[in-house]
Each structure stands twice: as structure tokens, then as C-alpha cells.
Design a protein around this ligand. Structure first.
Ligand code: ZN
Ligand code: ZN
Ligand code: ZN
Length: 279
């Protein structure tokens, strides 16, 4: 584990509330667990209420211990509607995994998408987190839509070990995580927040995206390093408007506009290149 997974006790966007599970949630989870959920979580039969209490206890322990997972119960008007969980992946280094679910009566309302949005903002605050992945069954179109709407990019497939001892091949969705102070949804930060300040830079020192060098200094706990010219082919710049990742060379040659979406970048960044890229 890279760092303990500690997220806020409670998150809300005014429609859903994410908070901790209680043992008393077991009955509602049991009632909500239909064949679809069982299939997606590799269950070979419906769990008993007692087994679900065990799972909830592990979620509660995970919160208390900072891992191996951090799970949220998703509630609408106080009623258990679903949930979501993050944990570190074994590989690649610095990658988190997110999974999410909702019970039948709460599907098709965009609720899970709201949960994912709230959690992505928080996941980017975890020290050492470089990216977050969602591994989704190819035929699970609802779940794939949630990932795509949240800005995850389909990146091949992944073979996951599941608890039954078997392996499953799933679609791999990846989203880089951007760290920073007072970030907005397009990676503007406390230091740079004009309409044009929408790029984030993967730092050479730690391989994590930061909104700017000052954000890195404030949060990373180590000195920044610059990309040497020999590595300008590496992917290291993220467009906060569309999420595309550019190599250092593509960024330096882009004429201050995103090659993918056309969004304008701040030409004044030129004066700070030496903080990030070998001059
Ligand atoms: Zn660093
Ligand atoms: Zn900053
Ligand atoms: Zn773009």
C-alpha cells in the first residue's frame, strides 16, 4: 500500500450522500442485491444477510484502518441506494481502482455517476495517487457509460483475479489524477486560475500530475525535478478541458491550443517552462 486511504467521512452534492456503512445496512443491501449485482461481483449465489454483515464489517474496518479499501454507502433521502469503493491496485504503481454499484430501484438516474464524481475529487488528494482505474465487464454498458462520462479513457483490457480464485478479463478504464490546491474541474488551482490556466503537468520527480509547481511544492513533500530533453517524448501534459494527454514535445509545439479540443492554453506559461522542462 502506497499510503493509507483516508477520505472524508461524508460527501454530498445535495442529491446523494456518501457516508460510512452501518451493520444495520445489511438488510437493505441484501434486498437490493439482484442477479445483475451478483454477476458483476462474481458471486456464485446470493449472499446471506450474515455474510453481508461480514462484508460491511470489513468496509467499516477499512475506514478505520486506512485500507485495504475505503467504501462509501450511497444514500438518497436517507435510503441506501448503492455504494462505491476505492483501493490501491498492485500495479501499476500509484494506481487506484474504483468500483461502484446501485440497487435496482435506483438505476438509470445518474446517481452512481454523482458518486464517482465526488470520489474522483477526493481520490486526487491521496498522496502518491497517479491514476484511477475502473475495470468493467465488456457487456456492462451502464457501468461503462458511468466511466466514460466521468472522463475515464478506455485503455485495452485487464485480467483481474477474483475472489473465487478465477480470473476475468475486463475493459480497463483509466483516468489520470491531478493534485493541487483548490482545484477546479479543469485543473485551475489556487496559484493559476485564469480561464487559460487549464493544463496540468506530470512531474518528472514523482510521475504524478500537479496543477502547477507551487501545488507540487505545497503537497508533494519532495523537490521537483525537470524533464530532460531526451525525455520530451514522454506523456506529461494534461488538457484540463478535454483530458487528453500530450507529450512534452507536443505541448511545446502546440501553439498554446489543445491539439485535441482546441482550448486555449496560457501563453504566459512559457516563462515557467524551466520549472518543468530542461531549457
Ligand atoms: Zn514530485
Ligand atoms: Zn498551483
Ligand atoms: Zn483539450
Amino acid at each position: 500500500m502506497i499510503s493509507p486511504i483516508r477520505l472524508p467521512e461524508r460527501l454530498t452534492d445535495g442529491v446523494i450522500v456518501l457516508d460510512g456503512h452501518k451493520l444495520a445496512d445489511a438488510e437493505a443491501h441484501w434486498e437490493g442485491e439482484d442477479a445483475e449485482m451478483m454477476r458483476r461481483f462474481d458471486a456464485i449465489r446470493k449472499a446471506t444477510v450474515e455474510e453481508i454483515r461480514g462484508a460491511i464489517q470489513r468496509w467499516m474496518d477499512g475506514r478505520a484502518n486506512g485500507g485495504p479499501m475505503f467504501a462509501y454507502a450511497m444514500r438518497v433521502n436517507g435510503v441506501l441506494a448503492g455504494g462505491s469503493e476505492v483501493r490501491w491496485l498492485d500495479a501499476p504503481h500509484g494506481a487506484l481502482n474504483i468500483s461502484y454499484w446501485s440497487y435496482p430501484a435506483f438505476r438509470g438516474q445518474g446517481l452512481v455517476g454523482r458518486a464517482v464524481t465526488l470520489m474522483l475529487n477526493e481520490a486526487a488528494t491521496l498522496p502518491g495517487a497517479r491514476q484511477i482505474e475502473a475495470h468493467v465487464d465488456a457487456d456492462n454498458s451502464a457501468s461503462r457509460r458511468v466511466a466514460e462520462r466521468a472522463g475515464f479513457v478506455e485503455t485495452g483490457t485487464v485480467v483481474d483475479d477474483v475472489w473465487t480464485g478465477e480470473t476475468v478479463t475486463r475493459v480497463r478504464y483509466v483516468k489520470p489524477l491531478v493534485h493541487g490546491v483548490a482545484l477546479d474541474s479543469q485543473t485551475r488551482c489556487a496559484h493559476w486560475h485564469s480561464t487559460l490556466d487549464i493544463i496540468a503537468i506530470k512531474m518528472k520527480c514523482c510521475g504524478a500530475y500537479y496543477a502547477c509547481k507551487d501545488c507540487h511544492d505545497a503537497l508533494a513533500g519532495h523537490d521537483a525535478a525537470v524533464w530532460p530533453r531526451a525525455e520530451f517524448g514522454e506523456t506529461a501534459v494534461l488538457c484540463g478541458a478535454c483530458g487528453v494527454e500530450l507529450s512534452v514535445r507536443q505541448y511545446l509545439d502546440c501553439g498554446n491550443a489543445c491539439p485535441a479540443c482546441g482550448a486555449a492554453f496560457n501563453p504566459g506559461c512559457r516563462n515557467h517552462y524551466h520549472f518543468y522542462f530542461e531549457a
